[in-house]
Design a protein around this ligand. Structure first.
Ligand SMILES: [Fe+2]
Length: 235
């Protein structure tokens, strides 16, 4: 009975967080239906990406409060995290769910999803900061990312934040092409890539969200386990 009560409390927290995410994101759309239509499209096309997007947005909301972002940046971050992978609507599911390695052509399509996502958002919303964050969320701190090859502080802050929550959530979830990694393992991987793939200062702040082995952030509990396998190239 006590366990049921705890489960219900956790569900209520999740719903409240989700309602807040959707409320923040909806202000960037001319009407709330535009946002929900896009979410339904994403969910219908690839449920795994849809769930990853919801989790990323909730994680981004927690991260934003640690970073002390201004309200406007926080709202842009939450909306951009929610739609960062909207471009995957245009990628066939057979490629998104391919268990084995991708061909060069397939990887080329995957690498177009930030551009496609920015186009999709631009067609229904006119906020440059959201479009920019989606467009640049696969740039790397060392300039070896895509689609523009920006580096360091030239990458918009919101895009730098999203690249961390995106990679972390993909690592800590199972996909057809990889097992789920535990939070400690994923944090270790982020730390290893601080200064090459990720903004090192942002990684440091992200680590503080999971400072105790009992701490929970969103759905991400600090529990060991999982086989790891590196930061996937198709997040
Ligand atoms: Fe992505």
């Amino acid at each position: 009975m006590e366990e049921w009560g705890q489960n219900m409390a956790a569900v209520r927290v999740r719903h409240a967080q989700l309602a807040r995410v959707l409320g923040k994101a909806s202000q960037f759309f001319p009407g709330v239906m535009h946002m929900h239509e896009l979410l339904i499209q994403l969910s219908d096309h690839h449920t795994v990406t849809y769930i990853h997007s919801l989790r990323s947005a909730r994680l981004a909301m927690a991260f934003a409060s640690r970073l002390g972002l201004e309200m406007e940046d926080t709202d842009v971050l939450i909306c951009s995290a929610l739609f960062h992978d909207a471009g995957k609507i245009r990628i066939p599911v057979t490629i998104l769910d391919k268990p084995g390695p991708l061909t060069a052509g397939e990887m080329g399509m995957i690498r177009q999803h930030p551009v496609q996502g920015a186009q999709i958002i631009s067609a229904i919303s006119s906020f440059p900061a959201v479009r920019e964050a989606i467009y640049f969320h696969h740039e790397r701190w060392d300039g070896k990312g895509y689609p523009a090859g920006l580096s360091g502080l030239n990458i918009p802050l919101v895009a730098r934040v999203i690249s961390i929550v995106d990679a972390f959530d993909v690592m800590t979830s199972a996909r057809v092409y990889k097992p789920k990694a535990g939070v400690p393992w994923a944090l270790n991987e982020l730390q290893g890539c601080a200064g090459s793939q990720f903004d090192p200062q942002l990684v440091e702040v992200f680590m503080t969200m999971f400072k105790k082995n009992t701490e929970r952030v969103g759905e991400h509990e600090y529990e060991p386990g999982g086989a790891g396998g590196g930061i996937p190239a198709r997040s």
